[in-house]
Write a protein that binds this ligand. Structure first.
Ligand code: MN
Length: 426
């Protein structure tokens, strides 16, 4: 089935700013609370949010096999479970409804009042109930930088790293949508030179610039997903800030990997941009040496050209961009991650989320964490207001943005934005 929604010649009868992340070719999916306090599944064109539950009730999806309440839910899990064919039919239909050559809804004032919302009339929610969350460690530059800091240049990459996409099982209970503030975590750390730990606030709170993909029901227990089919099971992507407490992480991580230094909060952007919408931005993955084992081999363009940036906004000052990177730098692509994740028969469900790991590029200004940007705090970053940052300070807001762009169209993710509050006090 063709993805007619992606046609770059389409224009919408809804207003779309020239540099909007959300032209009619995007059509992301999210969940929001409306001005009437009703939760619904929706999409967005320009700065207009569209209530898909109401559109469906009004008959605009007639002819597409959908249950009556598919969009009247507080998560996208059931819609995602309907599979890629349904996602395409729905995206194509939405594109037609809002195409400037179609007058049906455009000329129906009453229906428009029911289904269209300004962004300040809605409140974005988590788009999916995330059952399981896995975080990979898939950027070679990031793994090399962190490995160099902890083990020296010659042992930077562990012996397994070039042979498999390293990952760990994270925790979904602390994944939150953009806009919700978090508190500086407390925990055990081992001060420099000490032999016993102390308890207190983390002094090294950091962001991790990541993308994450959301899966559909993919396989049964025991059944691996072949790499050639892996992308069929990826619904879409979100921007992902995987907050990290480096001092807690450093003391606790041996031998089982990340734990409390990672699971106090992770923030996602609220609109899931479909893999279909990103189709025009496919690029080749970085060359892999040594060649991976056959179950991880895949020819063709399996990475995506997505520009990424992270900035820090101090409480009373303008934001400063501290990093510009790109999703295409990832050494292990999403298809390889999903094939590896399921090669032992581990089932993947609708609404599961897989983080890419910090996406660092080759240059010093493309590193995706403060740990790397300031090289463990040795090279502080200058903010626009004259202050310096080694890590994130109380009341700083971290903002990330992502978009793909070619001569025809720009497909973006909007922002993921989180303020770090001081330690929680009752
Ligand atoms: Mn991470």
């Amino acid at each position: 089935m063709s993805i007619s929604a992606n046609n770059p010649d389409r224009a919408s009868w809804l207003h779309v700013d020239k540099n909007s992340d959300f032209p009619i070719q995007n059509i992301p999916f999210g969940v929001f609370l409306t001005r009437d306090d009703i939760v619904t599944i929706g999409t967005r064109i320009g700065d207009t949010a569209i209530d898909l539950g109401a559109l469906h009730q009004l008959g605009y999806f007639d002819g597409i096999p959908l249950t009556d309440d598919i969009f009247l839910q507080d998560t996208l899990n059931d819609f995602i479970a309907d599979g890629r064919k349904t996602w395409r039919l729905v995206r194509n239909r939405i594109a037609d409804i809002f195409d400037d050559t179609d007058d049906t809804l455009k000329n129906n004032k009453k229906n428009k009042e029911i289904v269209l919302f300004r962004l300040d009339e809605i409140e974005m929610q988590l788009p999916v109930q995330i059952g399981d969350y896995t975080d990979f460690y898939a950027s070679k530059e990031h793994a090399t930088n962190v490995g160099t800091m902890f083990r020296g240049k010659d042992n930077a990459l562990m012996p397994n790293w070039l042979h498999l996409p390293v990952g760990y099982h994270g925790r979904s209970s602390s994944i939150i949508p953009s806009g919700i503030p978090i508190h500086r975590p407390q925990g055990q750390t081992l001060p420099a030179g000490a032999t016993v730990p102390t308890f207190g606030p983390s002094n090294l709170v950091d962001f991790e610039l990541e993308m994450a993909f959301i899966t559909t029901d993919a396989n049964d227990l025991g059944e691996p997903i072949p790499i050639s089919e892996a992308e069929e099971y990826i619904f879409g992507l979100v921007l992902f800030n995987d907050w990290s407490a480096r001092d807690i992480q450093k003391w606790e991580y041996v031998p089982l990997g990340p734990f409390l230094g990672k699971n106090f909060a992770s923030t996602i952007s609220p609109w899931i941009v479909t893999l279909d919408a990103l189709e025009p931005f496919r690029v080749e993955s970085p060359k892999q040496h040594p060649q991976p084992l056959p179950y991880l081999q895949l020819g063709g363009k399996n990475s995506y050209d997505i520009n990424l940036e992270a900035s820090i906004k101090p409480q009373e000052a303008k934001e400063t961009i501290v990093c510009r990177s790109n999703f295409r730098y990832m050494y292990w692509n999403m298809a390889q991650q999903l094939a590896h994740h399921t090669v032992n028969g581990c089932p993947v469900n609708s609404g599961d989320m897989m983080g890419s790991g910090t996406i660092s590029g080759p240059t010093e200004d493309s590193y995706g964490s403060m740990l790397e940007l300031t090289w463990r705090g040795e090279k502080p970053l200058k903010m626009k207001d004259g202050s310096e940052r080694k890590f994130i300070q109380d009341n700083d807001t971290v903002i990330m943005r992502a978009f793909s762009e070619n001569d025809d169209v720009r497909i973006g993710f909007g922002e993921v934005k989180t303020k770090l509050l001081p330690v929680y006090e009752k």
